[in-house]
Design a protein around this ligand. Structure first.
Ligand SMILES: Nc1ncnc2c1ncn2[C@@H]1O[C@H](COP(=O)(O)OP(=O)(O)O)[C@@H](O)[C@H]1O
Ligand SMILES: O=C(CO)[C@@H](O)[C@@H](O)COP(=O)(O)O
Length: 564
C-alpha cells in the first residue's frame, strides 16, 4: 500500500461515460478513460425492434452504464498503475433528469422480456421532450391550485423533469406504471448496483422531482389531481429517504469489485448530477460565481444565501450543490448540439474538403474563419432554441431561427451567429439571476466546449461583460464526483470530512482568465437588445408561429402515417 490515496469519479454524459482516477492530496488527474455508449441516444427506435419511437423521444440502455464501470474503471487502474488498496472512494455524476422504472429487485423493466418492447420501460434521457403535454397540464393544475413549489422552479416544471416523465408513462403505458416498483434517477440506479441498495440523492430529488428538504414531495392530493393512479406516487414509487450529497451510499460489492479492479468495501458516494458535481471541482464554494458546464447543453449553477424567486430558473434547492447555501440551477437545452447540428447537416462539401486539407476538423475550420469577423459584421442574429428553451422561458416547443441571411452569407458567418445566439441565451440567464438579487459577478466554465472553442469563450465574455475562469480539466464533473467519493470515505480513511475541505485541496482552474473586450461589449449590447426583442416576440406569446408550425408538422406526420 502506498502513502498517496486516490478516488475514482465517473461522469455519465449524453453519449459516453468517463472515469478519472484522481489523487486526493492535490486533485491531480492521474488517468482517464472514456467508454462510448454502445446504444448511444435511442431517438429513432429501440435496439431490437423496427418500430419508430415518437417525436421528441430520447431513450438510453441501462447496460451501457454498467459497461462504463467494467471498461473505464479497470482501464484507469491499469493506466495509473496504482494499488487497488490505495483507491478509497468512488463517486459518480450523471445527466439528469434521466430516469427508469425498476422492479422490486432494482432490475430495469426494460430487461424483462415481458416489457422490453414497450418504449416506456426504457431509460428516459434528460432530453426526452415527449412529456411536454403533461408538463403543460401539470403547470396549469399547479398554478390553479396555488402550489407553492412552482416558485422554487421559476414558475414552471419542465418536461425534462421527473414528474411529467412519470405522468407520460402513467398516461400512455399504465401497465408499465403499474409494474414499476419504483421510478429512479439513473444516477441512483448505478449507485444501487454498486452497493446493493437504493439511496436517493438530494440533488436529483430536489431539482428534478419537486422534493423539498422541509416539505418533501408534493401532496397526494396534488398527484391525484394529475391522475388518480398517481395519488400515492411519493409514498410508493418514489419512496425512501433522500440523502444529502457526499453521504456514503454504501460499500462496493464483491460482485463489481473484481470486474472493476478495485477493492471490495470501498466507500461509494450517493449519486450526483454532472453540472452540480462540477461546482466544487472548480473551487466555487461561495456566491457570485456562475459555473457553466458547457457541452451538448449548458447548465448554469450558482450559490446564494437566500431562497429567491428567479424567472424561469430550473430550480433552487437548499444544500443542492454545496451544504449551507441555496443552490440555483438554470440552463440551455442545446449549445454544442447546435454547433454539431450545423456541422453535420448544413455545411457544404467544400468546407469539409478545405478543413481536411488544412488538417482541421470542421468546427476548427469554421471557428478560425468566424474569428476574423468583428461583432455585428455578419449581419446575422439567431435564436438558440433548436432544442427548445430551458431558461428563462421553459418551453420545449420553441424552435431555432437565423435572421438576416442573404445570398452572400457564408457558412462561417452562420456558425458565428449560432455561437453568439448561445451567448445571448446565457446573458438572459445571467440577467434573470442578477436582477432578482442573486448576484453574478464572474463566470466559471468547464466541460468540453471551453477547451475546444476559444472564440466561443471570448464571445461569452463579451456578451455577458464578465470575466471567465476556465477549468484546468476536461473532466471537471468527474473530478467533482471523485471529490464526493473522497468525502464519502472520510478523513480517517485518507479522504476528506467535507466537500469544502476537498475543494480547498483538490479544485483547480487555469491561470489565464478570459476578459471582456470593451469595444465588443458595446456592440454586443446593441445586438443583445435585438435578441431580446426577438426572444420576447417569439417566446412570450406575441407570435406563436413556432408552436403553430410544430402543430402543423405533427398533423402532417399523422396523415403520412395513415397514408402508408
Ligand atoms: N470545436 C468545437 N466547437 C464548438 N462545439 C464543438 C466543437 N467540437 C465539438 N463540439 C460540440 O461539443 C459537444 C460535445 O461537448 P462535450 O462537452 O464533449 O460533451 P457532453 O455534453 O456530452 O459532455 C457536441 O455537441 C459537439 O457538437
Ligand atoms: O440538465 C442537466 C443537469 O441538471 C444535464 O444533465 C443535461 O443538461 C445534460 O448535460 P450535458 O449536455 O450532457 O453535459
Amino acid at each position: 500500500m502506498g502513502t498517496e490515496k486516490y478516488s475514482i469519479g465517473i461522469d455519465y454524459g449524453t453519449q459516453s461515460g468517463r472515469a478519472v482516477l484522481v489523487r486526493l492530496q492535490d486533485g491531480m488527474e492521474i488517468a482517464e478513460h472514456v467508454t462510448e455508449y454502445r446504444h448511444g441516444v435511442m431517438d429513432v427506435k429501440l435496439p431490437h425492434l423496427d418500430k419508430a419511437l415518437g417525436y421528441e423521444w430520447a431513450l438510453q440502455h441501462p447496460m451501457d452504464y454498467l459497461d462504463v464501470l467494467r471498461q473505464s474503471v479497470p482501464a484507469v487502474m491499469q493506466a495509473a498503475g496504482v494499488e487497488p488498496a490505495d483507491v478509497i472512494g468512488l463517486g459518480i455524476d450523471f445527466t439528469a433528469c434521466t430516469i427508469l422504472p425498476v422492479d422490486v429487485n432494482l432490475e430495469p423493466l426494460c430487461f424483462d422480456p415481458a416489457f422490453r418492447d414497450n418504449p416506456h420501460s426504457w431509460v428516459k434521457l434528460w432530453k426526452h421532450h415527449a412529456a411536454q403535454e403533461e408538463a403543460n397540464k401539470l403547470n396549469d393544475i399547479a398554478g390553479e391550485r396555488g402550489e407553492e413549489f412552482l416558485a422554487r422552479y421559476g414558475g414552471k416544471i419542465s418536461s425534462e423533469w421527473m414528474i411529467p416523465k412519470i405522468w407520460q408513462i402513467a398516461d400512455e403505458a399504465p401497465e408499465i406504471y403499474e409494474a414499476a416498483d419504483q421510478f429512479i434517477e439513473a444516477t441512483d440506479w448505478v449507485i444501487s448496483q454498486l452497493t446493493g441498495e437504493l439511496k436517493r440523492n438530494s440533488c436529483t430529488a430536489g431539482y428534478k422531482a419537486i422534493w423539498h428538504k422541509q416539505d418533501g414531495y408534493p401532496t397526494a392530493d396534488f398527484f391525484e389531481s394529475l391522475q388518480p393512479a398517481m395519488r400515492d406516487l411519493a409514498d410508493t414509487k418514489l419512496r425512501g429517504e433522500v440523502y444529502p450529497l457526499g453521504t456514503k451510499a454504501g460499500e462496493l460489492q464483491n460482485s463489481f469489485a473484481a470486474s472493476m479492479n478495485l477493492s471490495p468495501g470501498i466507500a461509494i458516494a450517493v449519486g450526483n448530477v454532472d453540472a452540480h458535481a462540477a461546482v466544487p471541482a472548480m473551487g466555487v464554494v461561495t456566491p457570485g460565481k456562475l459555473v457553466m458546464a458547457m457541452g451538448t447543453s449548458i447548465c448554469h449553477m450558482l450559490l446564494g444565501t437566500e431562497e429567491r424567486t428567479v424567472e424561469g430558473m430550473c430550480g433552487v434547492v437548499e444544500d443542492g450543490i454545496i451544504e449551507g447555501y441555496y443552490g440555483y440551477e438554470a440552463g440551455q437545452s442545446a449549445v454544442g448540439d447546435i454547433f454539431g447540428w450545423f456541422v453535420d447537416e448544413q455545411v457544404p462539401a467544400y468546407v469539409y474538403r478545405q478543413a481536411e486539407a488544412a488538417g482541421q476538423n470542421v468546427h476548427q475550420w469554421l471557428e478560425e474563419r468566424a474569428s476574423t469577423y468583428r461583432p455585428g459584421e455578419t449581419g446575422l442574429l439567431a435564436l438558440d432554441w433548436m432544442n427548445g428553451n430551458r431558461s428563462v422561458l421553459v418551453d420545449t416547443e420553441l424552435s431555432g431561427m437565423v435572421l438576416g441571411l442573404t445570398l452572400a452569407t457564408k457558412p462561417e458567418e452562420v456558425y458565428r451567429a449560432l455561437l453568439e445566439a448561445t451567448a445571448f441565451g446565457t446573458r438572459k440567464i445571467v440577467d434573470a439571476f442578477h436582477q432578482s438579487g442573486v448576484a453574478v459577478e464572474e463566470l466559471y466554465a468547464c466541460g468540453g466546449l471551453p477547451q475546444k472553442n476559444k472564440l466561443l469563450m471570448q464571445i461569452f465574455a463579451d456578451v455577458t461583460n464578465r470575466p471567465i475562469y476556465i477549468a484546468d480539466s476536461v473532466q471537471t464533473p468527474a473530478v467533482g464526483a471523485a471529490m464526493f467519493g473522497a468525502v464519502a470515505a472520510g478523513a480517517e480513511a485518507g479522504g476528506y470530512d467535507s466537500i469544502l475541505d476537498a475543494a480547498e485541496r483538490m479544485a483547480r482552474v487555469k491561470e489565464e482568465v478570459i476578459q471582456p473586450i470593451p469595444e465588443n461589449v458595446e456592440i454586443y449590447e446593441l445586438i443583445y437588445q435585438e435578441y431580446n426583442t426577438l426572444h420576447d416576440y417569439f417566446g412570450r406569446g406575441a407570435n406563436d408561429v413556432m408552436k403553430r408550425l410544430k402543430t402543423i408538422r405533427s398533423q402532417s406526420e399523422r396523415k403520412l402515417t395513415v397514408q402508408k
